[in-house]
Design a binder for this molecule. Structure first.
Ligand SMILES: C[S@@+](CC[C@H](N)C(=O)[O-])C[C@H]1O[C@@H](n2cnc3c(N)ncnc32)[C@H](O)[C@@H]1O
Ligand code: SF4
Ligand code: SF4
Length: 377
């Protein structure tokens, strides 16, 4: 979705982007994942919302203005009724996207999806080899299946993006992942910030994610890789992201709201067990759309988000431009909206040092590269 459109909707508090987390269950068990119940977890199955409930809430969201819809999990293809849900949502005309690990995509599924394609499907590839993939997700064979899934989708003409989430185990694989994406003519995007908690499923996020110094060094490597490519291919066709999104490269207006993004203003997330939250990482504030109806839940959530307290230390901090803190990240790191987070402070100090060492100005290493290749969601 265009950033400008998101901002206009945010001003009017229209829930233009919905994100449905259809299940917490997954066939893989990634070390850092915040939502990965076992595929056969009976308790999780019993708490999932039914296809009928998701379709009804989508109808209500459509009436309230939802146009874009992301379907994610867990792993959406693990739900036996995913086809029913997807087909009904397609009839409603949403601009749909899907997040998946790609390992359950069969030729039949790819063909079926190709007959009513999403605008985009993001396949997360957790390593550049079976070995790394196995270390991150617990299943080496998933690497080939994910690549096969990507290729099957591409063969059906579906718009695929490869994404990855960087942790200690796969930090060396960036170039290999970039090559795998380039070979297929698709974009690679990177989730650089790993959240330490949401539902507490992840056993040891602190142990899995990069320390701030290594994360900044990783980002610098990615930055240089793409910066060089952009320089070389000036005039040629670049990454689709850079074409579409850089035109749209506008700063978020400072409207005095505690959230400097559009979450909780024009976008929302509904968890697998039925809570409406502002974004995937933040389970507070939440409302209950399946109980109160969508509109009431949306009104209550936007109101609650606008009342979230902000961190006064962060507000006055001289490293703000170098920091990736936001209310969701502070809460996720510290359990409080008002406490600075040591992980984020250290990241900001490292980023500042890097910019001094390389005589760079501004907070981010190369803001355009950063915006294009790193993902916040
Ligand atoms: C939870 S997964 C669900 C969709 C699908 N199973 C997949 O792997 O893409 C969605 C995205 O969240 C990322 N993710 C998982 N755990 C995370 C965490 N603790 N912090 C930030 N992102 C995380 C994943 O790497 C993936 O790109
Ligand atoms: S990140 Fe995706 S693939 Fe990995 S365990 Fe979580 S839901 Fe499953
Ligand atoms: S988290 Fe730390 S570095 Fe970031 S703005 Fe707050 S005090 Fe500054």
């Amino acid at each position: 979705m265009s950033h400008k459109l998101g901002c206009i909707a945010a001003e009017k508090k229209i829930p233009i982007l919905g994100q449905f987390e259809l299940t917490a269950r997954c066939n893989l068990q990634c070390k850092m994942c915040y939502v990965c119940r076992n595929a056969l977890d009976k308790q999780a199955i019993s708490m999932e919302k039914t296809a009928k409930e998701w379709i009804k809430i989508a109808e209500e969201a459509m009436d309230a203005g939802m146009l874009y819809l992301l379907l994610t999990g867990g792993e959406v293809f693990i739900r036996k009724d995913f086809r029913d849900i997807y087909e009904e949502l397609s009839k409603m005309g949403f601009i749909k996207s899907i997040y998946s690990n790609g390992t359950m995509i069969t030729p039949q599924i790819a063909k079926w999806l190709g007959s009513m394609p999403p605008a985009q499907i993001d396949i997360t590839l957790y390593g550049g080899s079976p070995k790394t993939y196995g270390k991150v997700c617990g299943d080496e064979s998933g690497f080939e299946r994910a690549l096969q899934g990507i290729d099957l989708l591409l063969a059906e003409g579906i718009n695929v993006q490869i994404r990855t989430s960087v942790i200690k185990e796969n930090q060396e694989d960036f170039e290999r992942l970039a090559e795998l994406a380039e070979k297929r003519g698709v974009d690679l995007s990177i989730v650089n910030y790993i959240s330490p908690r949401r539902e507490g499923f992840c056993t040891n996020p602190e142990g899995e994610r990069l320390n701030p110094k290594d994360l900044v060094q990783y980002e610098w490597r990615v930055n240089n890789y793409y910066h060089n490519k952009m320089e070389k291919s000036k005039g040629e066709k670049q990454n689709k992201n850079s074409e579409d999104e850089l035109d749209d490269f506008v700063a978020q207006p400072d409207d005095g709201h505690p959230f400097q993004c559009n979450n909780g203003k024009s976008s929302f997330w509904i968890t697998w067990d039925g809570k409406m939250i502002p974004c995937s990482l933040l389970d507070d504030p939440y409302t209950l759309p399946f109980e109160t109806g969508f509109s009431q839940a949306w009104r209550d959530m936007t109101k609650a988000c606008s009342c979230v307290l902000t961190c006064s230390t962060c507000k006055q901090c001289s490293l703000r431009d170098y920091c990736m803190s936001c209310p969701a990240r502070l809460k996720s790191e510290t359990g409080s909206f008002t406490e600075p987070a040591s992980y984020l402070c250290e990241y900001a100090r490292e980023m500042y040092q890097l910019s001094l060492d390389n005589k760079l100005t501004g907070g981010l290493v190369n803001e355009k590269v950063h915006k294009t290749y790193f993902r916040n969601d």
